[in-house]
Write a protein that binds this ligand. Structure first.
Ligand code: G3H
Ligand code: 13P
Ligand code: ZN
Length: 311
């Protein structure tokens, strides 16, 4: 099976009222942990690569590792650029074999966002590649950019139809109260998402796949393990799993998860090194990180996304 585009998997997810997991990847162990879990439960996958991941591991390494995962698992896997900020990075990823790109013009004016997104769509569609756009602005940290709560803004439902029509995007990321990183809500704050906005968008764009970024649940087990074995993470609150299940049963067809992978991997490595202070073989501790990622992704697929047995 070659690397696939996301068109078919998102369409099926919409109709089947589930979501595809879009997991961020940065190295071999993360790719193996995710794809081994998906292979066990026969789930389609989107593996996404940020600008930071391309700088860290290099485009060609990630591309080849994902090709290896496709060969190893025979799963339908889409390779997607996460938060492309310019036409140039989208073009480089399309030319370099990605089957989907996100152009994130969410910090631009409505008109400038449309203009940039349209430019990427024209280039991508001529080459059979899918495009995700974004309207509204999430709080949190992406790469080196930190968007404060005050700078963030919910998606305005009255803008979505015009944006989708004028740009020709294939999916749309919206802001309904999720945010990037491990610290989504303040300690004591009750997590809330604006399902009313999602419902309005769903009615305005029937059948159109919506994307939820910033969707890690920040599972306490991993934060506690990190702190138990020498970490010093402050209280971290993520998106409750039942809210993600609800979103997946609605128009949300792609759910982005990165922070939970980071926490799972770090917890596994910290525990191993603390329990074996004399060990120094990277394979031993990286394996524990990879095992944790596999367990986490299996849980997400079965209990949160509902995309198991969809291959
Ligand atoms: O949305 C951002 C993702 O978590 C990627 O993070 O830019 O640090 O690779 P990164
Ligand atoms: P989290 O930080 O909640 O994992 O979000 C990841 C994301 O949205 C990647 O685009
Ligand atoms: Zn994101």
């Amino acid at each position: 099976m070659p690397i696939v585009t996301p068109f078919e998997m998102l369409k099926k997810a919409y109709e089947g009222k589930y979501a595809i997991g879009a997991f961020n990847v940065n190295n071999m162990e993360i790719i193996q942990g995710i794809t081994e879990a998906a292979a066990e439960v026969r789930a389609p996958l989107i593996l996404q690569v940020s600008a930071g991941a391309r700088r860290y591991a290099k485009h060609v390494y990630l591309m080849k590792l994902i090709e290896a995962a496709v060969e190893d698992t025979d799963l339908p896997i889409c390779i997607h650029l996460d938060h492309g900020e310019s036409f140039e990075i989208c073009k480089a990823c399309i030319d370099g074999g990605f089957t989907s790109v996100m152009i994130d013009g969410s910090k631009l004016s409505f008109e400038d966002n449309i203009k940039l997104t349209r430019q990427v769509v024209e280039y991508a569609h001529d080459r059979g590649v899918a495009v995700e756009g974004e309207l509204g602005r999430l709080a949190g940290i992406e790469d080196d950019i930190n968007v404060s709560q005050e700078e963030s803004s919910y998606t305005r439902p009255e803008e979505v139809q015009e944006f989708v029509e004028r740009t020709g995007v294939d999916s749309l990321a919206i802001a309904i109260g999720t945010s990037h990183g491990a610290y989504k809500f303040k300690p004591g704050q009750k997590p809330q998402l604006r399902f009313d906005i999602l419902e309005k968008i769903e009615k305005l764009l029937p059948g159109f796949p919506i994307v939820l970024h910033g969707a890690s649940s920040v599972i306490p087990e991993y934060v506690n393990t990190i702190n138990e074995y020498g970490g010093r993470m402050p209280d971290a609150i993520g998106i409750p799993e039942e809210m993600l299940r609800k979103a997946a049963s609605m128009a949300v067809c792609k759910i982005n998860i990165d922070s939970d992978l980071r926490l799972a991997m770090t917890a596994g490595i910290r525990k191993y090194l603390a329990e074996h202070p004399d060990h120094f073989d990277p394979r031993q501790y990286l394996k524990m990180g990879r095992d944790n990622i596999r367990k986490l992704v299996k849980h997400k697929i079965i209990s949160v996304l509902g995309c198991d047995n969809k291959v």
